[in-house]
Design a protein around this ligand. Structure first.
Ligand SMILES: Cc1cc2nc3c(=O)[nH]c(=O)nc-3n(C[C@H](O)[C@H](O)[C@H](O)COP(=O)(O)O)c2cc1C
Length: 440
């Protein structure tokens, strides 16, 4: 029997997320991103496809590394305009019962009590279906937007994140005892003050215990420091798609570092699924005509921290360590060798990013994912969008049945909170996770 594959949709409250330019396709609906109907339709589709979750990325600055200006990003709608992802969740939760929501929030510019309250509110409103992708950002533009000269250095960001986690665990797990809430109408006693304690001298947490308390924790750092952080805090880890052998080394290292805690690992992937191979290839050809090289370059420049306008097409790109996503820079070196060029990068762009699509009939894509999951030891995939909504509908209507026929996909929703469905254990984090140490 193949292993069970889990699916997340990887999206963002914007027009151009990963595959840049797709919005120019006449059937694409992503320009409706600012309407609730768009997100509620997506949530219903994912629930029908028995997806574990909708994962929403986020940044809080603009992509202005290419040419030192945001023009290319603005022209191509590359993660700008961009809405606040947390605010989309209640509407989607209202039209679903099972779908989880993994929302990215950059902790660097957040006050722990306010952030902890927003997440706990969503955990209540979704009945325990909220997750948080812990990020510290990779954009100097975000720091400048907050009135700072530049972002903190890569490893310092992780150190700050450790301190932040300690604060929010204390709020979520440590302030209210399980039996603090009495709701005793006859006695006029809502909660027992002896069972609600101050956190770090700041008074009690404002939110009464939610189903999961701490949201399901996601993280995507792949550098050495990032892995150490993931091993300590993350329950789910995102890794970029790549050669299975490279991913297998990363997943083995992450699992060994996190042990005995189990972690769920999702690989990013872009799929083009057709009824037949020919249909999928036709779709690829059609989508490709809409891919934006300029948009992809603006995105890559910001996430790698390299201004590609400074390099000719065939000039070797030699850069010192950047403060952006260092694991992405390492991946470029690994794949192309030192002295890789802009031409090699641009040649990678098929649909509008470095993530090359897996293209085929439902059966072929199912086999490819099953083989990849086994070889790379991942639990599932984080599917970047192509043309919306037809790209995700093809996954739900064609690929999911093909995976089910092969015994590699669930046939019904699990029960309970997001955490319970991901791990088959309780709704709350348990020891040895550091959050559990804050529990009363
Ligand atoms: C699949 C994936 C998704 C990510 N999504 C976001 C995001 O939405 N927002 C963000 O600020 N960073 C995001 N990141 C960046 C990571 O959170 C992290 O900051 C980055 O990988 C740098 O850490 P590293 O050098 O340890 O890999 C993502 C990274 C990966 C690999």
């Amino acid at each position: 029997m193949p292993r069970e594959i889990r699916l997340n949709a990887f999206d963002m409250a914007c027009i151009g997320h990963i595959q840049q330019g797709m919005w120019t396709h006449p059937r694409d609906r992503s320009v409706e991103y600012a309407s609730l109907d768009y997100w509620m339709d997506l949530a219903r589709t994912l629930e029908r496809g028995l997806f574990d979750g909708l994962f929403l990325a986020d940044v809080v600055g603009v992509y202005d590394v290419l040419g030192g200006r945001p023009d290319a990003a603005i022209r191509n709608a590359v993660q700008i305009p961009l809405l606040d992802p947390l605010l989309l969740v209640p509407a989607m939760a209202a039209v679903t019962r099972h779908l989880g929501f993994g929302v990215t929030c950059n902790l660097t510019y957040e006050a722990p009590p306010l952030f902890a309250r927003r997440m706990a509110t969503l955990d209540h409103l979704t009945r325990g279906r909220i997750g948080w992708n812990i990020v510290t950002g990779y954009l100097d533009s975000a720091a400048r937007a907050m009135g700072l000269p530049k972002q903190m250095a890569h490893d310092d960001r992780y150190a700050a994140a450790e301190a932040f986690m300690d604060r929010v665990y204390a709020l979520w797990e440590g302030s209210w005892a399980d039996d603090a809430v009495l709701r005793d109408r006859a006695a006029g006693l809502y909660a027992d003050p002896a069972r609600v304690r101050d956190v770090a001298g700041g008074g009690p947490f404002l939110v009464e215990p939610s189903p999961q308390r701490t949201p399901v924790l996601y993280q995507a750092g792949a550098s050495d420091r990032g892995r150490a952080f993931a091993a300590r805090h993350a329950e789910c880890v995102f890794v970029n798609y790549g050669r299975p052998a490279d991913i297998a080394r990363l997943t083995a290292d992450l699992r060994a570092r996190a042990a005995p805690r189990p972690i769920r690992i999702f690989a990013g992937a872009t799929l083009i699924v057709g009824r037949t191979r020919a249909e999928a290839e036709d779709l690829l050809a059609e989508y490709r005509r809409h891919a934006s090289v300029e948009g992809a370059l603006a995105h890559a420049a910001a996430s790698l921290g390299i201004d590609f306008d400074r390099f000719g097409m065939d000039e070797p790109i030699e850069v010192a360590a950047t403060d952006a996503i260092s694991s992405n820079v390492e991946a470029m070196r690994r794949v192309f060798g030192p002295g890789w060029t802009k031409r090699q990068l641009v040649d990678q762009f098929v649909l509008g990013s470095r993530q090359r699509p897996i293209v085929g009939s439902a059966a072929e894509v199912a086999e490819a994912l099953i083989g990849f999951a086994e070889a790379a030891d991942v639990d599932g995939f984080n599917l970047a969008r192509t043309v919306m909504p037809e790209g995700i509908e093809a996954v739900v209507d064609l690929l999911v049945p093909a995976l089910q026929e092969r015994g590699a996909y669930k046939r019904g929703h699990g029960e309970g909170t997001y955490r319970e469905r991901l791990f088959g254990a309780g709704p709350r984090l348990a020891a040895p996770h550091p959050a559990a140490a804050h529990r009363r």
